[in-house]
Ligand binder design. Structure first.
Ligand SMILES: [Zn+2]
Length: 274
């Protein structure tokens, strides 16, 4: 995809990462979507792998977390992790959810969405092709992250995040900014009939989300699907930023589960209220 990105590419100490311009302008958060550049892990995890339950050496993953926390200027002791299962369970996190050891970090139950209004926490979720979605209510000062692959998108986790923000923190949809980060794009994400049917059962405007190809399969646009979900919930068009960066096309910067046949590392979406 050659369209220009809605996210901003930044560099610090050689580490490349992306931020969302609308989030930057609030001066309320430190946030990033990581790349694979300038970490210490070796092939096939080269090099800034943040995935914990992979085959990579844990010392390398820990060192990579140090590098990332240093770039973002947050304490490594403030990290709160998801436990992603391609579900739609959202956890409101508090000080007791901070992981004490990088190895022993996950909540026991499946959690694909994190929300908090606490200032001292750093939320962190993991990716290799699935869609990272960032949330910020700049009036109520609430932050969130959601992991949306095709299952999470069919389950409408992005909409459930908005519901939970309203229900828990009395947020107003007019004040919620959303960033849809790098993931496998409609250029590369070929899906079969099983996925097609799931979307058919859960979405209208299907022709905008799935483009049929000459192999009897479809290209799925997860960015458009999540945009649609957010707009249906009342999020303003001007408040949604889409990175339009495909992880498979840009395999030099990102890990791609598809492109690398599952043998790869994990990127992270990270956000912290200042
Ligand atoms: Zn692509």
């Amino acid at each position: 995809m050659n369209k220009s990105s809605g996210f901003t590419l930044r560099e610090k100490n050689g580490v490349l990462y992306y931020t969302i311009p609308s989030f930057d302008r609030t001066n309320l958060v430190k946030h990033m979507f990581t790349t694979r550049v300038k970490g210490v892990s070796e092939f096939p995890f080269a090099s800034l792998n943040l995935g914990i339950n992979r085959e990579d050496k844990i010392e390398n993953v820990k060192e990579n977390f140090k590098i990332v926390c240093n770039v973002l200027d947050v304490s490594i002791d403030s990290l709160v992790f998801s436990n992603q299962v391609h579900g739609t369970n959202i956890k409101i996190v508090d000080d007791e959810d901070v992981c004490e050891e990088i190895l022993s970090l996950h909540p026991e139950e499946g959690v694909d969405g994190l929300l908090t209004n606490k200032r001292d926490l750093t939320l962190c979720t993991f990716y290799a092709d699935c869609v990272p979605i960032f949330f910020l209510d700049y009036k109520k000062k609430v932050i969130g992250l959601a992991h949306a692959g095709w299952r999470g998108t069919v389950g409408k986790i992005a909409g459930k995040m908005i519901d939970k923000m309203i229900e828990t923190y009395d947020c107003n949809t007019d004040n919620i900014l959303v960033g849809i980060g790098p993931s496998i794009g409609p250029c590369c994400y070929e899906v079969d009939e099983i996925v097609y049917e799931k979307f058919n059962n859960n979405f209208t405007n299907l022709e905008k989300l799935l483009i049929s190809n000459d192999k009897g399969k479809w290209f799925l646009d997860l960015w458009a699907a999540n945009m649609l979900i957010l707009k249906c919930k009342g999020i303003l068009d001007k408040n949604i930023t889409v990175s339009r960066l495909c992880t498979s096309c840009n395999n030099d910067k990102f890990y791609s589960y598809r492109k690398e046949n599952g043998e790869t590392g994990r990127l992270a979406a990270i956000i912290h209220l200042i």
